[in-house]
Design a protein around this ligand. Structure first.
Ligand code: AMP
Length: 277
């Protein structure tokens, strides 16, 4: 496993792979590697090709400076975990390498916008599409692996690939969940003991309501989740919505639908989505 930080070096490596007709699987991450990230690598192993994991905490996608500054950095442990996988290259560029002219982002994808996280994290998805396009141009993968945990992100990346006419196969990977039923996330590694307990309780509320909704679709269930979370002391809830997974429009049926939720436990934003079929 090789750790690459320089743009010139990754360009040379990619050019050699291309000369040798090697296919590339790219797994972009922001580090603090957990089993969710590792599942993307396992998915990549099902295909031919060289696995490249990128680790870059992209300043352009953080709309909150504290969130950026507090983002967990566990580089040594990440390397240890990745060294046990079939990851050949870890690309860990500096922000100066990625943004030589200063941090900036551009709005290029307009589909799937103005809803869900885009309403609450202004500019976030512009930062995401900007960095993903930079990585795609540099690494030229034939397969790109993204998690369904960040479902709106996945749809926006799909659109980015489509708009740019890229010959990239986007592989959508299911969420890896904790025993409490919630998707794993790097952000939760900063939970205090109290916050963890709160999270467990929220997980119970959400999962039991999702179960009810699967059995008997009922729009009152949103109110029930919201009421139970608020009663329990969760005051900041960005959204609880059911949407169709094809077009992200509102849905009033279980079929092809997911419950999307985003709320805060103190400063940590929890986002998740749950299949309703
Ligand atoms: P992040 O490092 O949080 O930006 O995530 C990097 C990639 O891993 C994204 O495609 C995420 O959707 C995916 N990912 C994060 N958490 C999980 C999870 N619990 N299960 C599956 N994929 C995940």
């Amino acid at each position: 496993m090789k750790i690459v930080t320089k743009i010139s070096e990754i360009k040379e490596i990619i050019s050699n792979f291309k000369k040798n007709k090697k296919e590339i699987n790219l797994i972009p991450t922001m580090g603090n590697i957990h089993p969710g990230h590792l599942s993307l690598l396992s998915e990549a192993n099902k295909f031919d090709g060289i696995n490249i994991v990128s680790i870059f905490v992209n300043p352009a996608q953080f709309n909150d400076v504290d969130d950026f500054n507090n983002y967990p950095n566990t580089f040594e442990v990440d390397m240890e975990l990745l060294s046990k996988t079939n990851c050949k290259i870890i690309f860990v560029p500096s922000k100066e390498a990625i943004y030589p002219e200063g941090i900036k982002s551009e709005k290029t994808v307009f589909k799937y916008r103005g809803i869900l996280c885009d309403l609450f994290r202004l500019g976030h998805f512009d930062g995401v599409t900007t960095i993903v396009k930079i990585l795609l141009d540099l690494i030229q993968p034939s397969k790109l692996f993204f998690g369904e945990k960040d479902f709106q992100q996945l749809k926006i990346i799909e659109q980015l690939i489509f708009q740019n006419n890229l010959k990239i196969n986007l592989i959508k990977c299911p969420s890896i969940r904790d025993s409490n039923g919630m998707s794993l996330s790097s952000r939760y590694s900063t939970f205090s003991k109290d916050e963890k307990l709160k999270f467990e309780k929220c997980a119970k509320i959400i999962n039991s309501n999702v179960l009810n909704m699967k059995k008997n679709f009922n729009l009152n269930i949103f109110q029930s989740i919201e009421k139970e979370l608020r009663t329990f002391g969760i005051s900041k809830i960005d959204y609880i919505e059911v949407r169709n997974e094809e077009d992200l429009n509102f849905s009033i049926i279980n079929e092809r639908s997911r419950l999307f939720i985003a709320f805060y436990i103190n400063k940590v934003r929890v986002i998740d989505n749950f299949l309703l079929y």
